[in-house]
Design a protein around this ligand. Structure first.
Ligand SMILES: Cc1cc2nc3c(=O)[nH]c(=O)nc-3n(C[C@H](O)[C@H](O)[C@H](O)COP(=O)(O)OP(=O)(O)OC[C@H]3O[C@@H](n4cnc5c(N)ncnc54)[C@H](O)[C@@H]3O)c2cc1C
Length: 405
């Protein structure tokens, strides 16, 4: 093909807001695939300080997501890329397997639909088990039937994020910690960004700010029809010998009305077992505790929040009860592993999900990426975005037009 001497690719300077697993994966991808000079701007003093460092650590296999959705595609691609990445850098990655367990006949049709969906998404090894067969996988679990996903894995997402940050540096980029982005504007073909006490000029900016998305979107003049609503996910951890009652991952049949998967039992890469997370509407973006009320105005000021609360108030109250009363967690765990008692559970640190909610109150199910001029905004990257991060990065690199001069 004849090349046009006037039009050639130049080294792009690309800024990325947020050193969570998505931002770091995007930065690495743009540096590798595009040869861009990347700068990651992170407000905290370490990488992976928010969702990336406060999650269940499950590498989802792609069971739940509607076939054809970005989640379904990028989860499957993401698993393959993540597995390879962990192997390449000797990062922990263990295929402990997952059981999705029906505890009553009423849940059977939804369980069967889930198995069908998993197969449609290309999840390998899916098996439908009866009450006896499920105990061969998890000897202390009970249920009337289960779907088994043997390749569902666990990993250490913060360790992956730290490794990605090293890659970025090795590729000639930089990760600037303690650089909160305070202002940005597009001017003279550049995106000017004020972060910490410094000013930067980029050819493009990719915003992967998780719980801070709306604030950065506002700076970019991007309102739009979705806002981040924070949902706290609280956990308990199993104590001592009780940990031996769970081999891998035991999940309920999810309620199809919600993107959250329900309180589950999760083996961790460090040998611990978590029970959780629930999903409680928080009143601060970084609302790790009940006492955090810092963003009430923004959260309740979004019409979607109140519409969502009106539509789902019963579930909301149940989640609040579960948050305040330990017995609710114990009951949720005992449904699947009846040998567990209150003394086996102790509080563990939780996380806060950045979940986009539409103006009409609908919880946005799929990943959402908006392109606005020279700014690319990741507007919704909830679970399984940690699993999918390397594939999300490729997707973003594919939709950001290359700079041609
Ligand atoms: C309780 C819980 C359980 C989950 N379980 C799983 C799971 O098992 N498997 C899975 O795949 N996913 C899971 N997820 C989802 C997963 O953790 C997230 O989808 C993923 O971590 C999103 O990564 P991120 O980089 O977009 O966000 P984050 O990790 O939140 O990173 C965003 C970064 O942007 C920074 N930032 C924000 N504003 C600014 C600003 N103005 N200037 C500079 N920096 C800024 C923040 O400090 C933060 O470091 C879970 C999430 C939660 C909360």
């Amino acid at each position: 093909m004849a090349s046009n001497a006037e039009n050639h690719l130049v080294t792009e300077k690309i800024g990325v807001v947020g050193a969570g697993i998505v931002g770091l994966a995007v930065a690495r991808e743009l540096a590798t695939a595009r040869g861009a000079e990347v700068t990651v701007l992170e407000k905290e003093g370490r990488v992976g300080a928010h969702q990336t460092g406060h999650n269940s650590g499950v590498v989802h296999a792609g069971i739940y997501y509607p076939p054809g959705s970005l989640k379904a595609r990028l989860c499957r691609e993401g698993v393959a890329l993540l597995k390879e990445y962990c192997a390449a850098y000797a990062l922990p990655y263990e295929e402990v397997g997952k059981l999705v367990v029906a505890t009553s006949g009423a849940e059977r049709p939804r369980l069967a639909a889930l198995a069908e969906r998993a197969r449609a998404n290309g999840v390998p090894g899916i098996a439908e088990l009866d009450a006896l067969a499920l105990r061969e996988i998890e000897p202390h679990a009970v249920g009337v039937a289960a779907v088994h996903s043997p390749h569902t894995a666990i990993c250490d997402f913060p360790a992956v994020a730290r490794r990605l940050a090293l890659d970025v540096a090795e590729l000639g980029g930089s990760v600037r910690l303690a650089h909160p982005v305070r202002a940005l504007r597009e001017r003279a073909g550049k995106v000017e960004v004020v972060a910490g006490r410094r000013r930067f000029a980029f050819d493009r900016l990719v915003v992967c700010a998780g719980l801070g998305t709306d604030a950065v979107a506002r700076m970019a003049g991007a309102g739009g029809d979705v806002r981040i609503v924070p949902f706290r996910g609280e956990y308990y951890a199993l104590r001592g010998k009780a940990r031996e009652l769970v081999r891998g991952l035991i999940y309920p049949v999810p309620d199809p009305r919600y993107p959250f998967l329900g309180v589950h039992l999760t083996r961790r890469i460090d040998g611990g077992v978590l029970v959780g997370p629930n999903a409680v509407l928080a009143m601060a973006y970084e609302g790790y505790r009940w006492s955090n009320f810092g963003n009430v105005r923004q959260i309740l000021g979004w019409p979607g929040t109140l519409r969502m609360a009106r539509a789902h108030w019963r579930t909301g109250l149940k989640e609040v009860y579960g948050s305040l009363v330990k017995d609710a967690f114990v009951m949720a765990a005992r449904r699947y592993v009846p040998e567990l008692g209150p003394a086996d559970l102790e509080r563990a640190p939780g996380g806060v999900r950045a979940q986009a909610v539409a103006r009409d109150g609908g919880l946005v199910d799929d990943f959402v990426v908006d392109v606005r001029g020279k700014v690319v905004l990741v507007r919704n990257a909830p679970s399984p975005a940690a699993t999918s991060s390397l594939a999300i990065a490729r997707h973003i690199a594919g939709i950001v037009p290359a700079l041609v001069r």
